[in-house]
Design a binder for this molecule. Structure first.
Ligand code: NAP
Ligand code: HSE
Length: 428
């Protein structure tokens, strides 16, 4: 029986899970691939560190060359993270004919198109299922299961850390700062949580999903990203009262041949399936022209869930090796990229305004909406206890983004509007 020789780069959370699954599911994997999958070398930073897995310590190396330049490695499994160093290593592996499986969304969002091209040029596979939503098989669904359809819309809760924070704020009425501390203590949020809470991690994942779903190269720079650092418990409580849950939502939409991709905290109707995705779970809602509504739900991170996707990619590579079809996939991003302009991006909006409490204020405010042809669905006013001002919550009908930006500019210039406290997109 043929032996497929693996160079594993990284033995942390995901790498340990990969070793565990390769060991625990050995018989099934052998029967599915007709090959024995064997780890030949493992790249780590510290070879002396105690490991949470039984592994022959002679396999450990600190030299990446032992893997990327080795003749006895068929597939490189990259689960170490990082961008520039890792890109160089993966490029070298591909150029020397090694197939690559990676869980690295940072790398694939920034350099995916280039690496896929290098892989194809050298007759190699590069698979990255684990890079978006960990254990959820969303990449395979977009590239294979929906190949017959035209995707119109994808909404994703693709960051577990922020979903954990927003869920706790919603369920316990806690503040952002307190829940962030708790998430760090539990190990969900990193010591430096910037990439998660500023929406960058989700933006990277949405760039990957949009590229695959819309079949055009959508880059990270094309994603308009806003995180959750400005979300307050008041926003969440007002949303709940009106029938919404606040979620950090990736929104990718196609109108004709043009697309828009963004990440932002959004009010999701409680009746929408995404509203009940809680804690560290992820979900991606996909609307296809032919299939209609579908939703993919599951663990977006974690050792074994993420490793499940990594090893499934490995199985795909080994099956391709047996059939002699590595690197033969046709381009998935074959369309010219066209980004939608603001006046063609439509959505509903939720606004929370702090205003003067006197006659005529509401009329002035609603006039700003009317002047920009933004129609209102509901308006709620209530006194604010802390000072002699009032709070107004407005939910618009579907309107275009440029009209909404004009309204905000006008509101900002009004003496009677003390503060535009929050503006959120509304979904569902
Ligand atoms: P991790 O726990 O920090 O593990 C990283 C591993 O890579 C460690 O074994 C480390 O060695 C090794 N490493 C890092 N930099 C290295 C370098 N320059 N040279 C040699 N070895 C190096 O990371 P992780 O959570 O497993 O994440 C790995 C990748 O999977 C990342 O791209 C991440 O975005 C992605 N991912 C993770 C999850 C998740 O749930 N954790 C989910 C989806 C995707 P030492 O052990 O010696 O320190
Ligand atoms: N930091 C990411 C999250 C890990 O919170 O979802 C998985 O990519």
């Amino acid at each position: 029986m043929e032996t497929i020789r693996i160079g594993l780069m990284g033995l942390g959370t995901v790498g340990t899970g990969v070793v565990r699954i390769l060991n625990d599911h050995r018989d099934d994997l052998t029967r599915q691939t007709g090959s024995t999958i064997e780890i030949r070398r493992v790249l780590v930073q510290n070879t002396e560190k105690p490991r949470d897995i039984a592994l022959d310590s002679s396999l450990l190396t600190r030299e990446a060359e032992d893997i990327v330049a080795a003749d006895d490695i068929d597939v490189v499994v990259e689960v170490m993270g990082g961008v520039e160093l890792t890109k160089g290593l993966i490029e070298r592996a591909l150029r020397s004919g090694k197939h690559v499986v990676t869980a690295n969304k940072d790398l694939m969002a920034l350099h995916g198109a280039e690496l896929v091209a290098i892989a194809r040029e050298h007759g190699c596979d590069i698979y990255y299922e684990a890079s978006v939503a960990g254990g959820i098989p969303i990449i395979r669904a977009l590239t294979e299961s929906f190949s017959s359809d035209r995707i119109k819309r994808m909404f994703g809760i693709v960051n577990g850390t922020t979903n954990f924070i927003l869920t706790k704020m919603s369920q316990e009425g806690a503040s952002y700062e307190d829940v962030l501390k708790e998430a760090q203590a539990l190990g969900y949020a990193e010591a430096d949580p910037t990439s998660d809470v500023e929406g960058l991690d989700a933006a990277r994942k949405m760039a990957i999903l949009a590229t695959l779903g819309f079949r055009m190269n959508v880059s990270l720079a094309d994603v308009d990203a806003k995180g959750i650092t400005g979300v307050t418990k008041e926003d969440i409580q007002y949303g709940k009262r009106l029938g919404y849950e606040l979620k950090l939502l990736g929104v990718a939409e196609r109108d004709g041949e043009s697309v828009s991709v963004s990440v932002q905290p959004a009010m999701v109707r409680t009746s929408h399936p995404l509203a009940s995705v809680n804690g560290v779970f992820n979900a991606v809602y996909v609307y296809g022209e032919a299939v209609g509504e579908t939703m993919f739900y599951g663990p977006g991170a974690g050792s074994l869930p993420t490793a499940t996707s990594v090893v499934a990619d490995l199985v795909a590579v080994v099956k391709n090796m047996r059939m002699g079809v590595n690197g033969k996939t046709l381009s998935t991003a074959y369309k010219e990229k066209k980004l939608q302009s603001d006046d063609r991006i439509f959505g509903k909006f939720f606004l929370l305004l702090h205003v003067e409490d006197k006659a005529g204020v509401l009329a002035q405010i609603t006039q700003a909406f009317a002047a920009n042809e933004v129609s209102l669905e509901s308006v709620l006013q209530q006194p604010n206890q802390e000072n002699p001002k009032a709070e107004i919550i407005i939910i618009t009908h579907d309107t275009n983004m440029s009209g909404m930006k004009n309204v905000i500019r006008e509101l900002e210039s009004m003496d009677v509007v003390n503060k535009i406290k929050s503006v959120y997109r509304v979904v569902g």
